[in-house]
Design a protein around this ligand. Structure first.
Ligand code: PGA
Length: 251
């Protein structure tokens, strides 16, 4: 039985006061949830929010990491620095970093490996764009991003990896993949994991859905057999909605 996991990706939102308030609301609403819960605040608030979350069961994540250990990389933040700030999770491969910032599969892979090597757990995000879905390439794109993102990741590290399937056309658009379409994509992702790592690892790994998850559609999405919780953007900024989403993942 896989423990569901719900992530709140705050993106470039909140400020010090509202972020602290949000984190403290998530800490109290998640106190008895069955799902694991992790929030991803903007970098400048990590230390403050680490304090807010202390003693709660909500974990702290970073929206991005550098693949480099240290040195002359202006503006970058290393995995060790993030750990030092109380971070235990990192996102890699988010579609906004792939398609807005221009990160390649190779960089996503390097970041994934750097984070795992530093002892962080990783949510590796994959997903197709609208034209790729319309061309019937959803499974192909997911498989390509999955194999590239996990290249060189040893089976022993897989318990620290979660996959987030996030169709790009569904992110922040209010359009959600139907539960059946999301389940079909997740089943294919699990099949690829099986071929990469064998059935035991593939069955143990969690695959989240992300893309316009709301308090009203979460329960049906999360009840699909291969969907193990969600990565939530917009709705993670609304404490009551996020609480309902966490509850939907904690049957
Ligand atoms: P959204 O974002 O819930 O606002 O669609 C999801 C994500 O980007 O992880």
């Amino acid at each position: 039985m896989r423990q569901p996991i719900v992530g709140g990706n705050w993106k470039m939102n909140t400020n010090r006061a509202s972020g602290t308030e949000l984190a403290s609301a998530v800490a109290s609403s998640s106190a008895s949830a069955r799902a694991q819960v992790v929030v991803f605040p903007p970098f400048p608030y990590l230390l403050t929010i680490a304090d807010t979350l202390k003693g709660s069961r909500v974990m702290l994540g970073a929206q991005d990491v550098s693949d480099r250990a240290d040195g002359a990389f202006t503006g970058e933040v290393s995995c060790a620095m993030l750990k030092d700030c109380g971070v235990s999770w990192a996102l890699t491969g988010h579609s906004e970093r792939r398609h807005v910032i221009g990160e390649t599969d190779a960089l996503v892979n390097a970041k994934t490996k750097a984070a795992l090597a530093a002892g962080l757990s990783v949510i590796l995000c994959i997903g197709e764009k609208l034209d790729q879905r319309e061309a019937g390439k959803t499974d192909l794109v997911n498989e390509t991003q999955l194999r590239a993102g996990l290249a060189g990741v040893e089976p022993a590290s897989l318990s620290n990896v979660v996959i987030a399937y996030e169709p790009v056309w569904a992110i922040g658009t209010g359009k959600t993949a139907s539960p059946a379409d999301a389940q079909a994509a997740h089943a294919h992702i699990r099949k690829v994991l099986r071929s990469m790592y064998g059935v035991d690892h593939a069955e143990a790994m969690r695959i989240q859905y992300g893309g316009s998850v709301t308090a009203s559609n979460a329960r049906e999405l999360f009840s699909q057999p291969d969907i193990d919780g969600g990565l939530i953007g917009g709705a993670s900024l609304k404490p009551a909605d996020f609480a309902q989403i966490v509850a939907a993942a904690s049957p």
